[in-house]
Ligand binder design. Structure first.
Ligand SMILES: C[S@@+](CC[C@H](N)C(=O)[O-])C[C@H]1O[C@@H](n2cnc3c(N)ncnc32)[C@H](O)[C@@H]1O
Length: 279
């Protein structure tokens, strides 16, 4: 009952259960009909962007609560933008990262150094830590890094080797390169538009090539994988994998859609794209 579940989608909305709480939120790509209309009446709260940003039913929700998502406990809270502190479409990626790191650690008989860029509330950082990696978690938002650290404590990972960095990603990577710090595995989920710690503008179409080159410069001699995801319209799986193909010749490239998924009968909801390069 403490898990995440997608229950239904349609008419531009999605119905999801986060632990014990049922939420009805916008989902522009769900242009089809809802499959189980009766279920939607049970939603505890509803978020709309129609006339400004507005939650209905928010006052009845707890200020924050905890849900388990792909084996990671996450603190959730309704933010003014309709976000909750987790993007559940990244669940499959967390599982892949945890399993890949576990397998590589066994082969190498040493912990991997994992770098999570634009790391938000830390789900992927914590999945990598559960797999045994030493982690570095980078996000420009002080509040989000604090939230991720709370999540680490919820998962009994507060003593695990994780560096928590509040910094602009490109500035951070330049510094790491100069200092000779290297990473065996990297995940990056660049936003369409973002701000660095000192207000630096990050626009994916201009900044991503530089970020990727900097990522390459901080890869170790024995890199395990580079995982790139996007929620930006037009950044299809092929766009992402073209970027990694040019950057990292050799290895294996895979690509796909990120999907919100429920039980077998529930329609899947496309929610972003991914590509990964691995050895
Ligand atoms: C789309 S969210 C990432 C979602 C996250 N990877 C996940 O799956 O849960 C974007 C994050 O990037 C951060 N961000 C935006 N611009 C940044 C920049 N220039 N440097 C570092 N972090 C940035 C934001 O603070 C935000 O937490």
């Amino acid at each position: 009952m403490n898990e995440y579940a997608l229950l239904d989608s349609g008419h531009g909305r999605k119905l999801e259960r986060f632990g014990t709480i049922l939420l009805d939120r916008p989902c522009a790509q769900a242009v089809w009909n809802p499959s189980t209309p009766a279920l939607w009446k049970e939603a505890d709260a509803y978020f709309t962007r129609k006339d400004g940003l507005e939650w209905r039913g928010r006052e009845a929700l707890p200020e924050s609560w905890i849900a388990s998502i792909e084996g990671v406990c996450m603190k959730l809270a309704t933010t003014d933008f309709g976000h909750l502190g987790v993007f559940p479409e990244t669940r499959d990626l967390w599982r892949w990262i945890r399993e890949r790191i576990e397998a590589e650690t066994k082969t190498r008989k040493a912990p991997l150094n994992f770098l999570n860029l634009f790391a938000y509330s830390g789900g992927a950082t914590l999945a990598a830590a559960q797999g045994g990696a030493h982690c570095c978690h980078v996000d420009a938002s002080k509040g989000m890094v604090a939230w991720a650290r709370e999540n680490a404590a919820l998962n009994q990972l507060e003593e695990h080797p994780i560096r928590w960095i509040v910094e602009d990603v490109n500035k951070f990577l330049q510094r790491e390169e100069r200092r000779g710090r290297r990473y065996d595995a990297v995940l990056l989920d660049p936003p369409s538009f973002g701000r660095g710690k000192s207000g630096e503008l990050y626009k994916i179409e201009h900044a991503l090539l530089e970020t990727l080159q900097l990522v390459k410069n901080v890869l170790s001699d024995q890199p395990a994988f580079v995982y790139l995801t996007s929620h930006t319209p037009g950044f299809t799986p092929t766009v992402l994998s073209n970027l990694l193909r040019q950057l990292l010749p050799g290895g294996t490239l895979e690509q796909g859609e990120m999907l919100l998924q429920g039980e077998d009968t529930v329609l899947q909801v496309p929610s972003g794209t991914w590509t990964r390069w691995s050895i």
